[in-house]
Design a protein around this ligand. Structure first.
Ligand SMILES: Cc1cc2nc3c(=O)[nH]c(=O)nc-3n(C[C@H](O)[C@H](O)[C@H](O)COP(=O)(O)OP(=O)(O)OC[C@H]3O[C@@H](n4cnc5c(N)ncnc54)[C@H](O)[C@@H]3O)c2cc1C
Length: 406
């Protein structure tokens, strides 16, 4: 049976993440929303706290889909119904995103690429790359959703891989110390030949072409990266270099089982922030939200609030389930997509409805509601859009292949 009771260590770590969110992120949230591309220097001064988060982060992440370790209170070799690394990652992402999701995406050593490394790295690679700050570069000018369409190439030349291609919309693509790049080792072999590679920032041939201007998450840098005869060590390929046409794409795709619940957690964090603000606004306006009266007998705004709160709870529970399954070594692709679909949609719905119910003040910059409305949209787009998550859920539920249901 699913166990949602959090070990003391996880609760302490989530509490610490909340302190960072409340005391550091919230006060500078608007500042970096208005100063896109400016580096949030406060991130440097919070290094000690981030170290704490990062410690739980790397263990957590190493406990992810591969289930290598556990930081619950039970024996280290678990897991027998434990909440460990994945749950910790999820709670930290949720709490920090409650503070500011753009800044959360800029926290050193917490990149989406770190989760990718955890999903496919060998033990030796985890040792080498466990403490890096890794962004993730899949998207190219020619595709977004269709991750099997990678055109970036990786060719082995002696003891080095030589990478060529262009990656766009890379979150933390300028600030991270490493980039996990998806590239094909043999384009004639199709999707099975797509592998992920850890590219250090200072690798020769890697450059940042430009940064994007965006609707939201302005504190987060989004970069276009060029790989021009970019050379990296031979053992920076994640997982096996062998191309297994039978197994296909499964290796790299495993990444998403880790990252999708994380993005769901970000959306849930922003949703909670908006609901809390809205509750204050409604209470100040004299609108009572009652849990003892049917919604249809209450003020229309209170009824809306209760509907949104129910959506928030279900998004939260779906994400917790996906993380719990990963901690307990259960395949969770279906649940990871379900959680992201629900949380992504709930985030945009709740934040925009909160703006609407708050009226002019909600639309103004006096509060952060309008910002959360802008920030939350990306959480329903990257790591697979709403439509893509629904497609994956449908394929899994109906037992159809990607060729049968497109
Ligand atoms: C701010 C930001 C940060 C990002 N960060 C990263 C990152 O760190 N790393 C990275 O690799 N990428 C990143 N991305 C890219 C992101 O993952 C892609 O934008 C996303 O996957 C969608 O791809 P696309 O924009 O090309 O849309 P498309 O794939 O062209 O889709 C357009 C529309 O068609 C729909 N659609 C597509 N296929 C189907 C289908 N089969 N059935 C039904 N509907 C479908 C989509 O849902 C969408 O609504 C980022 C993007 C942004 C904007």
């Amino acid at each position: 049976m699913i166990n949602l009771e959090l070990p003391k260590k996880l609760r302490a770590s989530a509490n610490q993440a909340h302190q960072v969110a409340a005391q550091i992120f919230r006060p500078i949230s608007r500042k970096y929303d208005l100063a896109e591309h400016e580096y949030p220097v406060e991130l440097d001064t919070m290094a000690a706290m981030v170290d704490g988060l990062s410690d739980s982060g790397t263990q957590k992440i190493s406990g992810a889909a591969g289930g290598r370790s556990d930081e619950g209170e039970g024996p280290a070799t678990l897991p027998v119904n434990a909440n460990g690394g994945n749950m910790s990652a999820l709670l930290n992402a949720l709490e920090t995103s409650w503070g500011d999701v753009g800044l959360m995406l800029s926290i050193p050593y917490q990149g989406l690429g770190n989760a990718a490394i955890a999903a496919v790295a060998t033990d030796e690679q985890l040792e080498r790359f466990g403490k890096v700050w890794a962004s993730m570069a899949i998207t190219e000018p020619s595709f977004g959703s269709d991750s099997a369409a990678v055109t970036t190439t990786a060719v082995l030349d002696g003891d080095e891989w030589v990478l060529n291609g262009e990656k766009i919309f890379v979150t933390a693509g300028q600030r991270s110390t490493h980039i996990v790049v998806w590239a094909s080792v043999d384009r004639s072999l199709g999707r099975a030949a797509i592998k992920s590679f850890v590219v250090p920032r200072d690798a020769p041939g890697l450059s940042v072409a430009r940064l994007e201007h965006k609707l939201g998450i302005k504190a987060s840098d989004t970069a276009v990266l060029l790989l021009q005869d970019c050379r990296i060590p031979k053992d920076n390929i994640l997982g096996s270099p062998e191309v297994n046409v039978e197994k296909g794409f499964a290796g790299v795709m495993q990444t998403f089982d880790n990252t999708r619940p994380m993005v769901a957690a970000m959306a849930i964090g922003v949703t909670r922030a908006a609901l809390e603000e809205l509750r204050t606004i409604l209470t100040d306006a004299g609108i009572e939200i009652s849990y003892d009266t049917p919604p249809n007998s209450q003020h229309a705004a209170a009824a809306e609030f209760l509907r949104m709160e129910a959506d928030y709870e279900s998004a939260y529970l779906l994400a917790m389930r996906a993380a719990w399954m990963a901690d307990n070594k259960q395949p969770n692709s279906l649940q990871a997509s379900m959680s992201k679909a629900k949380a992504g949609r709930t985030g945009t719905d709740v934040t925009l409805k909160a703006v609407e119910l708050a009226g002019a003040v909600g639309y103004s910059q006096r509060l952060l509601l309008e910002k959360w409305g802008r920030d939350s949209k990306i959480l329903d787009i990257f790591e697979g859009t709403q439509q893509i998550q629904q497609l994956i859920v449908a394929r899994r539920v109906l037992n159809k292949t990607s060729a049968e249901l497109k």
